[in-house]
Design a protein around this ligand. Structure first.
Ligand code: ZN
Ligand code: FE
Length: 255
């Protein structure tokens, strides 16, 4: 009996995730985008919520915390860098800290940029990363509280994971991101093929998430500032990766 993951589409374009360990009976909710949707999913599976692992303080990630604690008595683990924005958590975690779901462990990565204390939860053995609003399918989080330099550093940490790692992001933004990606690197054959696959999935209302890190590295323009084609298009042949990333992020903000 191994780790189970239930994906919960909720709000307009969010994904909640429940992780369940059948051995210990523990269940974690990655963030709390929509308490009602999460409670319904728990009921469907007959799982009892024991923990919430927050990635950052935005309402579509931590807004359901209080309601879920009230209904289930679960504990909350939250980023140390957002202690004041997510008050009342049971534990605040930093880079390198370990959190447990039964015998499964996840490692905390600090991935600032979208918010000033954003974290990801990486399950190395299971090759899964729960990344909140850091990286999206062919996209990346907006820079609300951090700099392009911070976000590039955060993305670089995620890019160091094995290519087979499944990336579980918190929004279904893929179709929009694909339209932007095509303006940045239209000659990328992997990107063209992926855009077709995404269209087919969305036409059937199917999720395009999770996705493998390897596929992201081949198709996500935000992970490709070293691409000669992108550098040529942006006239940034001599810039460094962080500068090219910042240019791509600025273009997406205006897209
Ligand atoms: Zn957010
Ligand atoms: Fe969000």
């Amino acid at each position: 009996m191994s780790l189970m993951v239930k994906q919960i589409p909720c709000l307009s374009d969010n994904y909640g995730y429940l992780l369940h360990d059948p051995v210990s009976g523990e269940t974690v909710s990655i963030d709390s985008p929509d308490a009602n949707a999460i409670l319904t999913a728990l009921e469907e599976e007959n799982w009892h919520l024991t923990q919430i692992w927050n990635t950052h303080h935005h309402w579509d990630h931590a807004g359901g915390n209080a309601e879920l604690v009230k209904k289930t008595g679960c504990i909350i683990i939250a980023p140390a860098g957002e202690r004041d924005m997510i008050p009342g958590a049971d534990r605040y975690v930093h880079e390198g800290d370990e959190v447990m779901l039964g015998d499964y462990n996840a490692r905390v990565l600090e991935t600032t940029g979208h918010t000033r204390g954003h974290i990801c939860y990486v399950m190395d053995e299971q090759k899964k990363a729960f990344v909140g609003d850091t990286v999206f399918s062919m996209g990346c989080g907006r820079l609300f509280e951090g700099s392009a330099a911070q976000m590039w550093n955060s993305l670089s940490k995620l890019m160091a994971l094995p290519d087979e790692t499944l990336i579980y992001c918190a929004h279904e933004y893929t179709a929009d991101n694909a339209r932007f990606a095509l303006t940045i690197e239209p000659e990328n054959q992997d990107l063209l093929a992926r855009v077709d696959a995404v269209k087919a999935l969305r036409a059937k209302d199917r999720p395009t998430v999770p996705m493998s890190l390897g596929l992201e590295k081949r198709t996500n323009p935000f992970l490709r500032p070293d691409s000669p084609a992108i550098r040529h298009r942006l006239k940034a042949e001599s810039a460094d990766d962080e500068q090219v990333f910042a240019m791509i992020r600025a273009l997406k903000d205006k897209f």
